[in-house]
Ligand binder design. Structure first.
Ligand SMILES: [Zn+2]
Length: 350
């Protein structure tokens, strides 16, 4: 590598121009590959719930960079003119990513040529003129530690802090202030973290399948030991199996309804996380999870603990595609969208 300190000014400037040009070409090339990985859905087989998770956890890109690249790649897949402009150095990835969310079939013909040759800031002004101001995105970010030497290892989980911010309606604000007032004895400082934390505890106590499962086990252990006249033992793995068996016994012979107790046992066993094992390990998704039949109900699969698992939407769909074939699933989804009353391929959703 050349020592840049030794380069004459003109050569230095010329080389920098060439490097930026090469960087743009590379950016366009990455976008084309990203769009194709997206189209083929390859991130799913690798064990990621989304293209975003694949870029961040699989490729090691930063979250903002990933967001920008995915926006741009998808916009360019739909509008090849943008890709051509990027390859020709007539626009930048950031400019494409900014205009991407407001491009429609109706405005693309007029809007895309307007992007040509514009700086990022000029494109931002263009977007502001054309589109109404989009809502600000929610913010939830881990805060760097106070100490200057801040590698992740020197940052114990217990001391991690997060910055959470979001825009809210008048109605939400009213509820928050009411809760703050009601809890003012407990939390005289009225910090939102305390108030919302207490609120979330109440909600999770009712809605968290794992907590519900633990409560059921405790009840079961209590009943058993109470009838034996002994002191109740802590719920353990044995009673977990008993509990699941009891729930399985409740499954009606017909129908696809899985009893709540059995669903909760599945959540507990899979630790509230997608159970799909991809080529790069287990999927990390903890949102949008569905209880899925390993052998589909439509193919005679039973609603028993061993035949049930938690899957995110992406891997639920992938599993269905692998079982029934990609074309059949696409057709079934299309049929359902068009209002055809067809049973949903033995999948439990929700
Ligand atoms: Zn998954």
């Amino acid at each position: 590598m050349t020592r840049v300190e030794a380069l004459p000014d003109t050569v230095l400037l010329h080389r920098l121009t060439l490097l930026v040009r090469a960087d743009k070409r590379l950016g366009a090339e990455i976008s084309r590959h990203l769009a194709e990985v997206d189209r083929r859905g390859l991130y799913r087989d690798e064990g990621f719930a989304s293209l975003f998770a694949y870029c961040v956890d699989g490729l090691g890109l930063s979250e903002p960079e990933t967001q920008l690249r995915i926006h741009a790649a998808r916009a360019m897949a739909r509008n090849p003119e943008l890709l051509a402009m990027l390859e020709g150095g007539e626009t930048t990835l950031s400019a494409v990513a900014r205009v991407a969310p407001i491009l429609t079939e109706e405005n693309r013909e007029t809007l895309i040529p307007e992007v040509r040759g514009k700086t990022c800031r000029e494109v931002e002004a263009l977007v502001a003129r054309v589109a109404p101001k989009p809502p600000r995105p929610d913010l939830a970010r881990a805060m760097p530690p106070e100490s200057p030497a801040g590698s992740d290892e020197a940052w114990p989980a217990a001391e991690k802090r997060y910055r959470v911010a979001f825009d809210a309606s008048e109605e939400f604000w009213g509820k928050l202030e009411k809760a703050r007032g009601l809890l003012s004895r407990r939390f005289p400082e009225g910090r939102y973290e305390d108030v919302l934390g207490a609120t979330l505890d109440l909600l999770l106590e009712r809605e968290d399948p794992q907590r519900r499962h633990a409560r059921r086990l405790a009840r079961l252990a209590w009943k058993k030991t109470a009838s034996a006249g002994a002191v109740p033992a802590a719920p353990g793995a044995e009673s977990a199996a008993t509990e699941a068996r009891a729930a399985e016994a409740e499954v009606p012979a017909e129908g696809r309804e899985i009893p709540q107790a059995l669903r909760d046992a599945v959540w507990h066993r899979d630790s509230g996380r997608c159970a799909f094992e991809g080529r790069r390990g287990r999927c990390r998704a903890t949102r949008g999870l569905e209880v899925d039949h390993v052998i589909p109900a439509a193919a005679g699969g039973k609603a028993v603990l061993e035949n049930l698992r938690l899957l995110c939407r992406t891997h639920n769909r992938l599993a269905a595609e692998r079982y029934f074939g990609r074309d059949n699933i696409a057709r079934a989804i299309l049929d359902r969208r068009n209002g055809a009353a067809r049973p949903p391929m033995g999948r439990e959703s929700g």
